[in-house]
Design a protein around this ligand. Structure first.
Ligand code: SAM
Ligand code: DTB
Ligand code: SF4
Length: 336
């Protein structure tokens, strides 16, 4: 025994405890993303191409087909969205599609060459009984040999787990924009609500598909803020859709000044650089882009598209035209 110490004496260890560690610095500070976005265009494209080639075959593109399984009548007020019940867009609301119709659409998508089938519902969040029904859709679509993705609004932990149990591969839930701009676009749910859903999806072991929309009147700094949010998710999403606003008459964002197309290409390039292993999807808005601009997006590191004549409620280039474009560029679709 140490002299002077009684057997019952306790030692104060508090001074030996390590001091609380400061939170790790954001891997991509907004200022660094903004600096990337502002690089000379050719330098930015060159860097993005280099990163792309380190991780992917630059001549391959993954094809995902969308289906709206529950259209319109949504209680949320997302200012870009034709499916919100808050706006008069002339869209008819529909109830959840029948299982056999969904399976038929998935079969058609597979026959056209898609490898992933993404099912979207205009819900704020699904009810538990909806989860049972969409779980069936996941099982049957997967049985066709397709990857499955769903976007159903906010999920709690139990719902995410139920979708994982059904075999869902990806859940799409977008952060949409910079936290500072978000309040101008949506009032019915918070940024934190979105982060919480993403955490539940991650926790359940489902792969995350998360991106945003540009062309909503945001600044370049706000576009940098969106990319920083995505790139600093731990880990960053496996799939990152970059949507260009599709302006729909009746929505508050109809009439917004369109984004400079090169700024859209810059977003793709910066998504590729900051999230090197993610599938970066050239998403909504392709119908309004010419083929040269789409080719620039591929050169900037986009390696996935929505493929099929419709997005959810708006149109997308005809599948045949897309096949011809990929062919002209020597881009081959990824195989299942
Ligand atoms: N209701 C669910 C939700 O919001 O999470 C799922 C469907 S919602 C239509 C999926 C995503 O589509 C939105 O997060 C948004 O990024 C994108 N989107 C919706 N309307 C769009 C538009 N007009 N232009 C571009 N992207 C749009
Ligand atoms: C995503 O980021 N874009 C897709 C998908 N995820 C669900 C949806 C685009 C919707 C465009 C407007 C519409 O067709 O309704
Ligand atoms: Fe509803 Fe989703 Fe459209 Fe928002 S984006 S209004 S949540 S369908």
């Amino acid at each position: 025994m140490i002299p002077g110490m009684t057997p019952t004496a306790t030692v104060d260890l508090s001074s030996l405890r390590p001091a609380p560690r400061p939170a790790p610095a954001a891997r991509w500070p907004v200022a660094d993303v903004l600096a990337l976005l502002g690089q000379p265009f050719m330098d930015l494209l060159f860097r993005a191409q280099r990163v792309h080639r380190e991780h992917f075959d630059p001549n391959r593109v993954q094809l995902s087909t969308l289906l709206s399984i529950k259209t319109g009548g949504c209680p949320e007020d997302c200012a870009y969205c034709p499916q919100s019940a808050h706006f008069e867009t002339g869209l008819e609301a529909d109830k959840l599609m029948a299982l056999d119709e969904v399976v038929a659409a998935a079969q058609a998508a597979k026959a056209q060459g898609a490898t992933r089938f993404c099912m979207g519902a205009a819900w704020r969040s699904p009810k538990d009984r909806d989860i049972e029904r969409v779980g069936e859709m996941v099982r049957e679509v997967k049985a066709l040999g397709l990857e499955t993705c769903m976007t159903l609004g906010m999920l709690d932990g139990g719902q995410a787990q139920a979708l994982q149990d059904a075999g869902l591969d990806y859940y799409n839930h977008n952060l949409d924009t910079d936290p500072a701009f978000y309040g101008q676009i949506i009032s019915t749910r918070t940024y934190q609500d979105r982060l919480d859903t993403l955490a539940h999806v991650r926790q359940a072991g489902i792969k995350v598909c998360c991106g945003g929309i540009v062309g909503m009147g945001e600044s370049r700094a706000e576009r940098a803020g969106l990319i920083a949010q995505l790139a600093n998710l731990e880990p960053y999403p496996e799939s990152v859709p970059i949507n260009n606003l599709v302006q729909v008459a009746g929505t508050p964002l109809a009439g917004t000044a369109p984004l400079d197309p090169f700024e859209f290409v810059r977003m793709i390039a910066v998504a590729r650089i900051t999230m090197p292993r993610a599938m970066v999807r050239l998403s909504a808005g392709r119908e309004q882009m010419d083929e040269a601009l789409q080719a620039l997006c591929f050169a900037a590191g986009a390696n996935s598209i929505f493929y099929g004549d419709r997005l959810l409620t708006t149109s997308n280039p005809q599948a045949e035209r897309d096949r011809a474009l990929l062919d002209r560029l020597g881009l081959r679709p990824t195989e299942a």
